[in-house]
Write a protein that binds this ligand. Structure first.
Ligand code: FAD
Ligand code: DLZ
Length: 507
């Protein structure tokens, strides 16, 4: 019996597991569907990227001689969801058998399991560590810390290894990678691509159907096929990678990309594989074109963090996304969706997110993530926001970053201490604070930065949870040494701020 081969919008790799299984008589099924386009209100750039890349990938498969049944979103026959499309195509092609590559979200894995066809979900082997390997690594460990997992991935891939030793003598060059924002940078950002005819059609469709969602579609420049994504990779390796390490943690109002790669959107969709990206970076180091601190730092993000957060997501199961161990219940304020705020770090990050569907890691972690944590925003609302606004957003990579790393809502599986910070960190690493209505240096009273107030408010309201954590217990001694009236002022000003924020006042 011939079979249907399902290829999802983030599985656009020619040798993804299901496609490797293709044989004569099979039909590849690809579908733009309402459920995937609306299960969160995705940034229109993400939808446009996804549909354009899907259409071009399907065209490439046809050129390669494969039979493809492709459904566009506005096709009157469109059944509206992936399982419904499979049922429709199964009837059309007289089959009940489907070969799929396991989706990156429990939601869709479960929907395929519930589909009344015989759906075989093959492991997605575009990753370096498979589920069994990660589970074996995690088994019996008291703490699932990245560093040990990362070293195993270095050994497994041979990346930056000299025999069984790390190249350069050190596993990790993080200490060299903490330079604050420079005055100016000499990289003009990722490669931009002019939309071709296929992409223009998609842009028209997305503007019509999703034009009211948060996010700007004008000036769309993403790569939408493998060839373009390769050119974007080459530009990054030559022009940005050498300084990637130095300014990895810096933030600049004038340059949202700094020396970052902006390759997550392509890797997550399958246009680039993580290993080819890492090998290109390693080659730059071997050729003497990029220093070890930059190359090691970059490779660690991919074979370390990217693999690790996926491992945690699948190990913890579907309930992980619902964790709220600090019982944080405040609603997401309107300024996450563009309402005006006087906190310049947030207004710049949100504006750039609206315009580019992008923010780099430290903006996500130390600006929006940190604010959400210390303000006690509900982690599920926070996750919904991140899922809605970034072009690289998928639950397998988002969840451990939000629920674990930034919100400590998993009780410390990912982070050994909460990533809570006062204004000091943002002031040191960015150029946001200089022109801000608030003062990073002011702790209380007129003009005090809300991050300074909320930082202590967070620590005090969660004291039972963190007082015994050796990584932060010291800050409680600092708090206890403060004059009682100062402590009272901090807490009451933080309460006032939170109440005003809840009422929708401009803060
Ligand atoms: P670069 O700085 O150039 O880094 C290179 C690559 O390393 C990235 O492309 C990415 O593939 C990988 N990487 C770096 N850090 C991480 C990390 N913490 N977890 C996983 N991969 C990492 N990344 C996503 O791909 N999708 C998401 O939905 C996502 N959500 C996030 C939410 C929060 C709250 C935080 C703190 C981080 C999130 N990240 C996510 C991780 C990281 O912020 C992005 O991968 C990165 O900003 C993408 O930009 P870039 O390609 O320029 O990365
Ligand atoms: C992100 C996305 C969007 C917006 N639309 C589609 C779609 O219409 N059809 C499709 O096959 N995939 C889409 N995707 C990617 C899926 O949401 C993704 O495969 C799942 O979230 C699992 O990672």
């Amino acid at each position: 019996m011939s079979r249907l081969i399902l290829v999802l919008g983030d599985q656009l790799t020619r040798d993804v597991a299901a496609l490797r299984d293709y044989r004569d008589g099979d039909t590849v099924v690809m579908a733009e569907v309402e459920t995937e386009a609306t299960y969160v209100p995705h940034h229109p750039r993400k939808i446009a990227f996804c549909f354009a890349a899907m259409r071009k990938f399907a065209a490439g498969l046809r050129e390669g001689g494969l039979r493809v049944a492709y459904t566009t979103l506005d096709d009157p026959e469109n059944a509206g969801s992936i399982p419904a499309e499979l049922l429709r195509r199964a009837e059309e092609h007289g089959t009940t058998k489907v070969i799929a590559t396991e989706p990156g979200e429990w939601r869709l894995i479960e929907a395929l399991n519930d589909c009344p066809l015989t759906v075989r979900q093959l492991e997605d082997d575009r990753f370096i560590a498979n589920h069994t390997e990660f589970a074996r690594w995690a088994e019996g460990r008291k703490e699932l810390r990245l560093e040990w997992f990362y070293r195993d991935m270095r050994r497994k891939t041979g990346l930056l290894m000299e025999g069984d030793q790390p190249a350069g003598g050190k596993w990790n060059y993080d200490h060299d990678n903490r330079k604050p924002a420079p005055e100016a940078i000499d990289f003009s950002g990722p490669m931009h691509f002019t939309p071709d005819e296929i992409t223009e059609d998609v842009l028209t469709l997305v503007r019509r159907r999703f034009g009211n969602s948060f996010g700007t579609l004008d000036g769309f420049w993403f790569a939408t096929d493998r060839g373009e994504a390769h050119r974007a990779l080459a530009r990054f390796i030559t022009h940005a990678l050498p300084r990637f390490g130095d300014y990895q943690d810096a933030m600049m109002a004038q340059s949202c990309f700094l020396y970052h790669s902006v390759l997550s959107v392509y890797m997550n969709a399958g246009l680039l594989t993580p290993l080819e990206v890492c090998r290109a970076a390693e080659q730059a180091w071997k050729d003497g074109d990029a220093p070890i601190n930059a190359v090691e730092g970059f490779i660690r993000q991919i074979i370390g963090w990217r693999e690790y957060v996926r491992g945690i997501y699948f190990l913890q199961g579907p309930d992980y996304a619902q964790r709220n161990d600090l019982d944080a219940q405040r609603s997401l304020p309107g300024f996450f969706w563009g309402d005006p705020t006087d906190m310049r770090c947030i207004s710049e990050t949100v504006a750039q997110t609206r315009d580019e569907a992008y923010a780099h890691h430290i903006q996500r972690l130390m600006v929006t993530g940190n604010f959400a944590l210390i303000a006690g925003l509900n982690p599920q609302e926070v996750q919904h926001w991140y899922m809605s606004v970034y072009a690289d957003a998928y639950e397998w990579v988002m969840c451990a970053n939000v629920i674990g790393m930034t919100q400590f809502a998993d009780g410390g599986i990912v982070a050994s201490k909460p990533y809570a910070s006062s204004a000091n960190y943002i002031d040191k690493m960015s150029d946001y604070c200089g022109d801000c209505a608030y003062s990073a240096k002011t702790k209380t009273g007129q003009g005090a930065c809300p991050f300074n107030l909320l930082y202590w408010h967070f620590l005090v309201r969660n004291r039972d949870r963190f007082a015994d954590n050796p990584r932060i217990s010291r800050v409680y001694s600092t708090w206890d040494r403060m004059a009682p009236d100062k402590r009272e002022t901090i807490l009451s000003e933080a309460d006032t701020f939170l109440n005003r924020m809840a009422q929708g006042a401009r803060v």
